[in-house]
Ligand binder design. Structure first.
Ligand code: GLN
Length: 485
């Protein structure tokens, strides 16, 4: 049996029963990485020495009879925009190519305390801006199901690592869909929490009113286990919610009879591939057979979600990224005549073209000429989209949509057409605009490639998502399919 191919909870049980050690689990995962990483290129940095030291310490504690938690000795991956003390955190940008953070992100600290073991930092679109992981300054991660295709983005490295069994779970960030979208294209679970539920302390900021940290998992039970460790108030993040979410494992194995599901028709419209749509509707039928009530609904403001998202997120990015000037942070150009040229050259050479485009778009939207017509108007429409969703959740427990309009595209296919690329965020950005939780769960295959179904709930309704997702998974088992590598 290949240990690397098991789920987190299966490997946890084996370690608890004394059948295997944490070191053996790590050997298996690094063996897998050695075998497939050349093809996938999910990682930017591997942390082998660090990982073996951590595994040894877990094994010692276990031998002494210490009772260890669910994550003790579990190999994980972390997206390279999440700070790891003493370990490079590049944001896949030349700007931070040599940046070694002097502190840990809150989530990484919590995961370490729980005994999870970092195997490496994963690739992403530069500063998490993108939908395909093609804007990374360092490498293009491949989709494990078809090496000529993108894994999705921006957390493409994390999603591909889990799909290719190069880690049992992976942490990523989601500003407009960057967890759910690659999860959908790689056939794993991707979860984005309620805004403020997971601390972002130590996440390199892209668009602060949207950014959230979330997780990729092999199955729903694993997802519930990981979320238990990520959630919780953190005084170092001023947007952190002082709320107790309870044990997510309690939402597993629940009856979904009577659950009310809304299908917003705008998300099943033209632009969504026919076969993808069919898979989602088949998935909804599974839930209906289990006793859920399903109705079509309408969210007329949904069509404005993509422009609203791109205007506000780029505005926030232009401000957040101002700190990378070659003086306070980041790459410094070798040649410059004066201070101004130092800034200009450092930023021109340090940032890639997608990041520069967002900074310009944001600066333009915030300029005195455009502030009211662009930025302020987008804020107003954001409120309408939020209200519309809040009203829908008075009647429905969850909403189900596709996660992504198509299957994974070929590398290079969409990167020339920015509008097509941005429009493909149509299904995911709404949850970030409204600050609500959402999950993508595998729901079938089209042309041999994975398709994900998105489940959203009202803010703080994550238990409903887990409940529905687990019921779906138990009756379908799509997660058991693995790519041949
Ligand atoms: N694709 C979206 C963007 O490029 C979302 C990215 C993200 O969630 N980090 O902005």
């Amino acid at each position: 049996m290949d240990l690397f191919s098991l789920t987190l909870h299966e490997i946890r049980d084996m370690m608890r029963n004394g059948e295997i050690s944490s070191k053996e689990v790590l050997d298996s995962v690094y063996g897998r990485i050695e075998a497939v990483e050349d093809k996938i290129e999910a990682y930017l940095t591997l942390t082998k020495d660090y990982a073996y030291e951590a595994a040894e310490s877990i094994d010692k504690r276990r031998l002494k009879g210490e009772k260890l938690g669910d994550l003790a000795g579990i190999p994980m991956a972390v997206k390279d925009n999440i700070s790891t003390k003493g370990i490079k955190t590049t944001c896949a940008s030349k700007m931070l190519e040599n940046y070694i953070p002097p502190f840990d992100a809150h989530v990484f600290e919590k995961l370490k305390e729980a005994g999870a073991i970092l195997v490496g930092k994963t690739n992403l679109d530069e500063f998490a801006m993108g939908c395909s992981t093609e804007t990374s300054a360092f490498k293009i991660t491949k989709n494990p199901w078809d090496l000529e295709r993108v894994p999705g983005g921006s957390s493409g490295g994390s999603a591909a690592a889990v799909a290719a069994d190069e880690a049992y779970f992976a942490i990523g960030s989601d500003t407009g869909g960057s967890m759910r979208q690659p999860a959908s294209l790689c056939g794993v679970i991707g979860f984005k929490p309620t805004y403020g539920a997971i601390s972002r302390y130590g996440l390199v900021a892209f668009a602060s009113s949207f950014d959230q940290i979330g997780t990729f998992a092999k199955d729903v039970e694993d997802c519930a286990i990981i979320l238990n460790y990520l959630y919780g108030y953190d005084e170092k993040d001023t947007t952190s919610l002082p709320i107790e979410f309870g044990d997510f494992k309690e939402a597993l194995n629940k009856d979904i009879k009577g659950m009310k599901i809304g299908l917003p028709k705008e998300y099943y419209d033209k632009g969504i591939d026919g076969e993808v749509k069919e898979m989602i509707l088949d998935g909804v039928k599974v839930l209906e057979r289990l006793g859920a009530h399903v109705e079509e609904i309408s969210l007329p403001y949904a069509k404005y979600a993509v422009p609203v998202y791109y205007i506000i997120s780029s505005s926030e990015a232009s401000s957040n990224l101002a700190r990378f000037d070659g003086v306070r942070y980041g790459y410094r150009a070798k040649e410059y005549k004066d201070l101004e040229e130092l800034y200009v050259n450092s930023r021109s050479q340090g940032f890639g073209s997608e990041v520069k485009f967002r900074i310009m778009l944001g600066t333009y939207s915030l300029s005195s000429k455009c502030y009211d017509t662009h930025y302020n108007r987008a804020l107003k429409v954001r409120r309408l989209i939020k209200q519309e969703l809040e009203e829908a959740f008075v009647k429905y427990d969850i909403l189900i949509t596709p996660t992504y309009p198509t299957i994974a595209s070929k590398i290079g296919e969409k990167s020339e057409d920015l509008v097509a690329m941005y429009m493909s965020d149509i299904c995911t950005v709404t949850a970030n605009i409204a600050g609500i939780p959402a999950m993508s769960i595998p729901c079938g295959f089209s042309k041999g490639l994975p398709v994900g179904m998105q489940i959203m709930s009202k803010a703080m309704g994550e238990a409903d998502i887990i409940k529905a997702a687990h019921a779906f998974e138990k009756n379908t088992n799509y997660y058991k399919n693995k790519p041949t590598l």
